[in-house]
Design a protein. Sequence first.
Length: 143
Amino acid sequence: MTSLHEQDFYAWTKQQADILKSGNVRVLDVHYLIEELENMGAREKRELVHRLTLLLGHLLKWVYQPERRGNSWIATIEEQRLEVSDLIQDNPSLKYQLEQQFEKAYTKAILFAVKETNLSKSTFPNESPFTLKQTLNRDYLPD
């Protein structure tokens, strides 16, 4: 038998919210509620990595393709810095994850830069040439 959670996720969320509002917590779908809450937290962390990846990837492009620098890259760098800032502001506990997620994002940023620049993966350093502080600094652009 397929559960409502599997058949119609939206209807399931509405149902669970209504149950919570009624105070009849004994009939909550606890198993799936726990799963969904854990997934929500993981999504926020993945979003942080994604934003850092785009930011670092564009900083790499800035360094390794100076002849192609333009306003769109500057705008993307600024936008991703704002997005990271918003994520941290909305989820303050992610601040303690920044260093670890920064390293993960840099690994992905290399692959992003390879696709975007068509340069060899070996062109890019194995460790970020930018510090976390530089990366998030609104006024920083590498030379």
